[in-house]
Design a protein around this ligand. Structure first.
Ligand code: F6R
Length: 365
């Protein structure tokens, strides 16, 4: 049932191009985006003036990526918050607030409690879940199903990508309704989003040797820092979570610009710094952060854009991925980080599908 793969995690990582295609199928109708399941009229959508994305763990990281897109494209203030915090504070919710609850399992206790609370306070709630008929689906005003199909490995990979693509569609829809993106821009974005399926296929086919080399370099470390800026900062959060979950290696993520405000003190000879260093508007800033780490002895692994030779001066190991628009870079850049976490875990002799102390769904608080 592992389809010839040594573990479910690797099988599920390889299903991601299919997940992207299935998530996008049927969404562009007559040149316009359509998400019928949302059950809100264009007028109601147009009134939305605040968005909260609430989720836990990996799903929360998908939300961090979407926050950038919702604010960037639709120009609606958007916060992304972990459900266990959201439910116990007093967020500002009005009838024009949209709460987007993201949950693979659709039964995470904190996320469900946050949905209930938000509805009592009058928010409209959209659920994004992978499980048809799950509590999150039943208790939301509208639901988008991620098309990941059943995910068996405890560490989430293909559902994460399904969530990112679904949230990207939602951000585009909000921008379309608000008139912030023109129809021709929506069509262009949609085409490029669809192209990421092929780009992920290429990453899966080509980046194995570079991932393995980086994994060998990291496997005996005691700790690793993941850094990025902009979209890369959000992606690096997920990279660190994946690594700690399955390899038991301590990992944390920092926006690269924060390094000199504390974390750089950790860096000594050979300390792994894993950087999401794809071409973006903040690429040069990131490179100067890498130089600062390297000058203190860091062993830098960079996820970089194909054709970027300069990055080799600042990194010991480079994993190249195809060039995509910055808005879609989370989709491509997260794939080598999933593979890297898995390769390090395998090299350390860990059971990647069943990490200790973790359950696939967390139905207790
Ligand atoms: C990480 C992971 C967890 C879940 C989190 C939320 O790989 O799987 O962090 O993302 O427990 O679960 P859902 O999305 O089911 O609400």
């Amino acid at each position: 049932e592992k389809g010839g793969y040594p573990d479910f995690m690797l099988k599920e990582i390889h299903e991601q191009p299919r997940v992207i295609r299935d998530t996008l199928a049927g969404r562009l109708v007559g040149g316009a985006l359509s998400i019928d399941e949302l059950d809100l009229s264009v007028e109601e959508l147009n009134l939305i003036d605040r968005v909260y994305i609430i989720a836990c763990g990996t799903s929360y990281h998908a939300g961090l990526i979407a926050k950038n897109l919702i604010e960037g494209w639709a120009r609606i203030p958007c916060e992304c918050e972990v459900a266990s915090e959201f439910r116990y504070r007093n967020p500002i919710i009005t009838p024009t607030t949209l709460v987007v609850a993201v949950s693979q399992s659709g039964e995470t206790a904190d996320t469900l409690a946050a949905i209930r609370d938000a509805r009592v306070k009058g928010a409209r709630v959209f659920g994004i879940t992978n499980v048809v008929g799950s509590p999150v689906a039943r208790e939301s005003d509208g639901v988008i199903y991620t098309k990941a199909n059943k995910e068996i490995a405890v560490a989430s990979t293909k559902s994460f990508l399904g969530q990112v693509v679904s949230l990207t569609l939602l951000a585009m829809l909000l921008a379309q309704v608000k008139g912030k993106l023109k129809m021709n821009q929506i069509r262009l974005l949609f085409r490029e989003l669809a192209d990421t399926a092929e780009q992920v296929e290429r990453i899966l086919a080509e980046c194995g040797p570079a991932v393995e080399e980086a994994a060998q370099a990291c496997k005996d470390a005691r700790s690793a820092l993941f850094v990025g800026r902009g979209m890369g900062a959000a992606v690096s959060r997920e990279g660190a979570l994946k690594l700690k979950e399955i390899s038991y290696l301590h990992a944390e993520s920092y926006p690269a610009g924060e390094m000199k405000h504390g974390p750089i003190a950790l860096i000594d000879e050979g300390f792994p710094v894993i950087a999401v260093a794809t071409k973006s508007p903040v690429y040069d800033k990131l490179v100067s952060n890498l130089q600062e780490s390297k000058a203190r002895g860091a062993m830098v692994v960079a996820i970089a854009t194909e054709g970027d030779e300069e990055i080799r001066k600042h990194a010991d190991h480079v994993i190249y991925i195809p060039k995509v628009r910055d808005a879609f870079s989370a989709i491509t850049a997260s794939v080598p980080l999933q593979l890297l976490a898995r390769a390090i875990a395998v090299a350390r002799g860990c059971d990647v599908d069943q990490p200790r102390n973790l359950a696939k769904s967390v139905t207790v608080e």
